[in-house]
Design a protein around this ligand. Structure first.
Ligand code: SF4
Ligand code: FES
Length: 377
């Protein structure tokens, strides 16, 4: 009779977060354990990014209270800890939304992050999908106690694809890790120290490396945005659709951000934590510059269908399930068909339908529009 090989089940740690018990493998961080539970228990993050090694530990947004260290050493941890960098112990008890200390500290962190961040959401391309906007809405205070002028910087042009707005940067380092880990040569980084530190390139080198566009997706705020999408639309007016193409450089799986039939922007697909999707086989869905910046025709892509926006977000507006147009409600409301419908284009040049925003190279500003209108005449 063959000897039976007894395999011991891998040891699991029991952790309690906000009174909810979860079993996790040793080495799991408090943040990952909370994400396994899901919902409000999950601390917000601004610098941690699962697919980027070494990320986390910079912004302190994910602070939690450890009220019991472990079964063996039940003493509480004296200070709040960064949940993205602290691994669990067996029997650990953690308080996030059930801790007054945590909520108060998080409010302070948001206030610090906003000290130098401009409130230019009305003109920022990241508005509507900005982690700092969500964070300040969910955890911040109504006002600021800052009496001093906010920091300003000398403007750097970092190339044809990416717009840098240093005043919006929160120094999370995600873009530096992304450039380090995805491209052959990192050409930007954090220069100087402390108050003076800033994201910059040496001698204004253009960031044109094949996978550098991914820094746009990892940036939690509007400090790095897509120049080819700049000022072309608000994100909530666009319709996200999953699409793919055969690409010999990247996975070719993307989200197209469309207005009508026009592809205004191409991004990597994001998961419910707003991080670039990791697929079942462990590959991360980073996309190359060609897919992101140069494939702006619907015919370049095989459309799979509307993107499932799993986060509660303004991005979920404009989602027409099965691509059906919403029902026209005017006759229902008025009891008859309208006698006259004003065509805005007969009285205004704004949003002239014959001008294709996707065909404008770079940002859409009044200058570009005037030139296009002149050419038309
Ligand atoms: S530019 Fe964006 S990704 Fe880079 S450090 Fe600043 S906030 Fe983070
Ligand atoms: S997300 Fe944990 S410190 Fe920034």
């Amino acid at each position: 009779m063959s000897e039976e090989i007894k395999q011991e089940a891998p040891k699991k740690f029991t952790v309690t977060i906000d009174n909810i018990v979860v079993e996790v493998s040793p080495g799991t961080t408090i943040l990952q354990a909370a994400r396994m539970i899901g919902g409000d228990v999950v601390p917000p993050t601004m610098c941690y990014y699962t697919p980027l090694k070494e990320s986390g530990g910079k912004c302190r947004t994910c602070l939690v209270e450890v009220s019991k260290g472990s079964e063996k050493d039940p003493r509480p941890m004296p200070k709040l800890v960064a949940s993205c960098r602290t691994t669990v112990m067996d029997g650990m008890e953690v308080k996030n939304i059930t801790s007054e200390r945590t909520l108060h500290a998080r409010q302070g962190v948001v206030e610090f992050l906003l000290i130098n961040h401009p409130l230019d959401c009305p003109v920022c391309d990241q508005a509507g999908e900005c982690d700092l906007q969500d964070l300040s809405f969910g955890h911040g205070e109504g006002g600021s106690r800052l009496d001093f002028p906010k920091r300003t910087f000398t403007k750097h042009n970092i190339g044809p694809y990416i717009q840098l707005h240093m005043t919006r940067c929160i120094m999370c380092y995600r873009c530096v890790f992304a450039a380090d880990q995805l491209t052959e040569q990192r050409e930007h980084g954090v220069l100087d120290r402390g108050y003076h530190s800033e994201i910059a390139t040496y001698i204004e080198k253009a960031l044109t490396n094949d996978f550098i566009g991914n820094v746009i997706d990892v940036c939690p705020v509007g400090a790095l945005t897509d120049k080819t999408f700049r000022f072309k639309n608000r994100v909530w007016f666009t319709r996200p659709e999953d699409a793919h193409r055969d690409c010999d450089k990247c996975c070719g799986k993307v989200t197209l951000w469309k207005r009508g039939d026009e592809v205004l922007r191409v991004t990597a697909r994001k998961d419910k934590w707003n991080e670039v999707q990791t697929y079942e086989d462990g590959t991360v869905g980073w996309i190359c510059n060609e897919c992101r910046f140069e494939k702006k025709n619907t015919s370049d892509w095989i459309i799979e269908g509307p993107t499932n926006v799993s986060r509660h977000s303004i991005k979920s507006v404009n989602h027409y399930i099965n691509m059906l147009k919403p029902k026209e409600t005017i006759p229902d409301v008025m009891g008859r068909n309208p006698k006259l419908l004003l065509d805005i284009h007969s009285v205004s040049d704004v949003n002239d339908p014959s001008i294709h925003l996707s065909k404008i190279n770079g940002p859409a500003t009044s200058k570009t529009f005037n030139k296009l209108i002149e050419n038309k005449e």
